[in-house]
Design a protein around this ligand. Structure first.
Ligand SMILES: Nc1ncnc2c1ncn2[C@@H]1O[C@H](COP(=O)(O)OP(=O)(O)O)[C@@H](O)[C@H]1O
Ligand SMILES: [Mg+2]
Length: 203
């Protein structure tokens, strides 16, 4: 099982109830969409699925392990945490929190450079991912000068360059303008047709 949520509720500090009694499972190869109005808890749910926050009530299993704050405690040596972080990747709703490099190429290369790859392998992987998403022409641009939809596609590419199994996308097609949603659609279709059997959950 990729994800298994049992009666999950989540309240932010201050008592804002963002999720109430959510239960569902995601099996390998399954693709799911989360639909709901603004403020209904979609981002909160994806943040739980990415192991960044933990249910206040209920149980959350990911990759067949129970996820608790203790499991992701950064002080302790924990093989599952590193495994989970390489397998599950979230593209945030706000692209600006994810982008920090001087060029799109370096942005996408950042993740693979942390893996055990040669510089040549990193370059090949970055070029492949850019081709797949359709952003090769943005290679030397500064991420901060891109349009909302272009930024979103670069964020999707940075995540894919790490070769995850589970892709979490928070409102990937929500950037205003028809050309932006068309670009994000193209990126998602590129991923789906790439031959890799991603699990992907998007809101
Ligand atoms: N960091 C936070 N602190 C306090 N309340 C929050 C925080 N983030 C979201 N919320 C609240 O939690 C609820 C769900 O928000 P969110 O998960 O962002 O919904 P969606 O993504 O569906 O728009 C909303 O009422 C929102 O105001
Ligand atoms: Mg949201």
């Amino acid at each position: 099982m990729i994800f298994d949520l049992m009666n999950v509720s989540y309240s932010y500090v201050g008592g804002i109830n963002a999720l109430k009694d959510i239960s569902f499972k995601v099996s390998p190869g399954e693709q799911i969409s989360i639909i709901g109005s603004n403020g209904s808890g979609k981002s909160t749910l994806l943040t739980i699925l990415d192991g960044l926050i933990y249910p206040t009530v209920g149980e959350f299993y990911a990759l067949d392990n129970k996820i608790t704050e203790d499991v992701f405690d950064t002080i302790k040596d924990n093989a599952f945490r590193s495994y989970f972080r390489t397998r599950v990747r979230l593209v945030f709703q706000n692209s600006d929190v994810q982008l920090f490099s001087p060029t799109v190429f370096e942005e996408i290369a950042f993740g693979p450079l942390q893996l055990n790859l040669t510089p040549e392998e990193v370059k090949t992987r970055v070029l492949e991912v850019m081709e797949m998403i359709g952003i090769t022409k943005l290679k030397d641009r500064s991420p901060h000068t891109l349009s909302g939809g272009e930024k979103k596609n670069v964020c999707i590419a940075t995540v894919l360059a790490n070769d995850p199994d589970v892709l979490l996308l928070d409102e990937p097609t929500a950037e205003p303008g028809p050309e932006n949603s068309a670009m994000a659609d193209k990126a998602i279709t590129g991923v789906r047709d790439s031959g890799k059997n991603y699990n992907y959950c998007h809101s």
